[in-house]
Structures are given as C-alpha cells and as structure tokens.
Design a protein around this ligand. Structure first.
Ligand code: GUN
Length: 299
C-alpha cells in the first residue's frame, strides 16, 4: 500500500468540522439573538502563544462567532489576571474562556484554571471537568485529545476492544486521552519516560498515541504492522539547510509509515484539530448556557 493512502488528513477533517460548526453557530445566533462568544486571555509575549491566539481569533470569527481577546503584560499580577477571569465568568456574551498556557512563572496555573467557571471552561482543564470526564458525565473535554479520538473514529469506526498505548501522561493530552479511549472501550496502557522496554509495550498496540515531546522517538520497528498512529508531537528541529528549521512529530514518520496501517503527519495531522475542537466546545457551551438543545454527537 502506498504511504499516501495511509495518511490521516487532519487538516481536511478540521476544515469539514469547522464548516459544520459554522452552520450550528448561525443557527445559535438565529435562536439566541446573539453570536456564541469565545474569550482568549494571553499573558506575556511568547511568540508561539501569540501565533496560536491570532489563529484562534481568526478562526472564531470565520466560524461566525464573537472573539474577545485580552492581552495582558508579562508582569501582570496573579490577582489582576483572576479579576479578568471573574469578569469573563460574569459576562453573558462570553460562552467560552481560554487562558493561554503556559503562564508566566510567578502565576499559579492551577489556581487560575480553578477560577474559570467550569461551564465556560472550553479547554476542559478545570478539575470539575476532569472529574466529569473520569466519571462519564457531560462536561468539556480537552481539545487535542478529543480531536485525536475524532480522527481515530473517522478512520477505524468503532474502537471497542482495541489495544491502545498512550505515550505521555500530561494533564493536557496523555491523561484525558487515556480516559477518552477507556470510554471508547479500548484496553488502555499509559506509557511514559519511566516505562520499561517502551518499544515492546508499543508493539502490542492497535492504536498508538504519541504525546511525549521527543522528536521522532517512536520508530517503525516499534509498531505492530497495521497499527493506527496518532502523533501529537510538534517539535522544531534544525532543517537540512543552514539556519532553517522544520517541524517533526514524536514519531519517525518515514519508518513508521512503512509499518502503520494509518498515521497522522506533522504538520497537517493533529495540529489543525485543536482549534477546530475549541470552536466546537464553544458552540456547545453556548447552547448549554442558553438552555438550547443541540445534538452534540453530530459535531
Ligand atoms: N497552550 C498550548 N496549547 C494549549 C491549549 O490547548 N489550551 C491552552 N489554554 N493553552 C495552550
């Protein structure tokens, strides 16, 4: 089989999702008499975060929703940031709140996240939403892992009974990814930097989700032939030309694509899904907060 047909095109899937979201957002506006609104708070001037926030704003508006951007200087006090979050909690035009991470070192991220109203927490980072995911209650699920599950179900259909290995145990990706795969009736192993004989563990998997932040760590000969590989890594490494860089994932794409049944590329795989799912969570929040019915499973 050629490598091309194995590629899971996250960019195309995200475009389709954004088209469906735009239809739902227009319907919300007609019913509620206002647009669904997403507030993004950025503290400091981290260049990567600035790019993310700009793209979030553009895509929010393109989907027919309102974008509120709050850019605060890097030396903002934690108390001032908490006051901004409290104002957004109380603002009826704001359905979703995202505080861009990482925050400057003088701030306690957990305290900031805990201040967001869980029903506006479209990142799904609040402990209430973490608990809802763990117990199977409706809440908000972190965008990147939810995007990964959408891609997996689109390619494989039912995931029931499949062996899944998640590499990485972060609060943002690894842990919620494991919860989502359990909810899909996979048999889930969470591997991490202390795992013994990682290649052997990965070789058992029908589904491999790599989210460790180590460039091209997972090799083709670690994979069970036909496995589905989801690469969450985005690592900038020196390019072939002097002074140039390129993006690679946590998976060595060239060798993995030879063995895998399906694989997400970097870029163009999981990356584009994150903002699309954020928009999905926002339009879902808008309906819930306005007491309007929405078939969330169709999004
Ligand atoms: N920084 C990098 N990715 C994310 C994300 O998904 N949400 C937030 N809040 N910050 C991030």
């Amino acid at each position: 089989m050629s490598t091309d047909s194995k590629i899971i095109d996250g960019k195309a899937f995200a475009e389709g999702l954004r088209t469906r979201i735009a239809v739902v957002a227009a319907d919300f506006e007609a019913k509620a008499g206002r647009k669904a609104g997403l507030a993004v708070v950025l503290v400091g001037e981290d260049p990567a975060s600035q790019v993310y926030v700009r793209n979030k704003g553009k895509q929010t508006v393109a989907a027919g929703m309102e974008s509120f951007e709050h850019k605060l200087p890097a030396d903002t006090s934690e108390a001032d940031l908490l006051a901004v979050v409290e104002r957004l909690n109380a603002d009826p035009a704001v359905d979703g709140i995202l505080v861009q991470l990482p925050l400057p070192a003088h701030m306690n991220e957990q305290k900031v996240i805990a201040t967001i109203n869980p029903d506006k927490d479209v990142d799904g980072f609040h402990v209430v939403n973490v608990g809802r995911l763990a117990t199977g209650l409706p809440g908000f699920v972190p965008c990147t892992p939810l995007g990964c599950v959408m891609l997996l179900k689109d390619r494989l259909g039912s995931l029931s009974g499949l062996d899944a290995v998640v590499i990485g145990r972060s609060n943002i990706v690894g842990k919620p990814m494991a919860q989502l795969l359990i909810a899909e009736s996979c048999t889930v192993t969470v591997a991490h930097s202390r795992t013994k004989d990682l290649p052997e563990v990965v070789r058992r998997a029908d589904i491999v989700v790599a989210a460790v932040g180590r460039p091209e760590m997972v090799k083709g000969d670690w994979l069970k032939p036909g496995a589905t590989v989801i690469d969450v890594g985005i690592n900038r490494v020196p390019g072939a030309e002097e002074g140039k860089s390129r993006l690679v994932g946590d998976v060595d794409f060239a060798s993995a694509a030879e063995v895998a049944g399906a694989i997400t590329p970097v870029p163009g795989g999981v990356g584009p899904m994150t903002i699309a799912v954020l928009l999905r969570n926002t339009v879902v929040a808008a309906h819930r907060n306005a007491g309007l019915v929405l078939d969330e499973s169709a999004l």
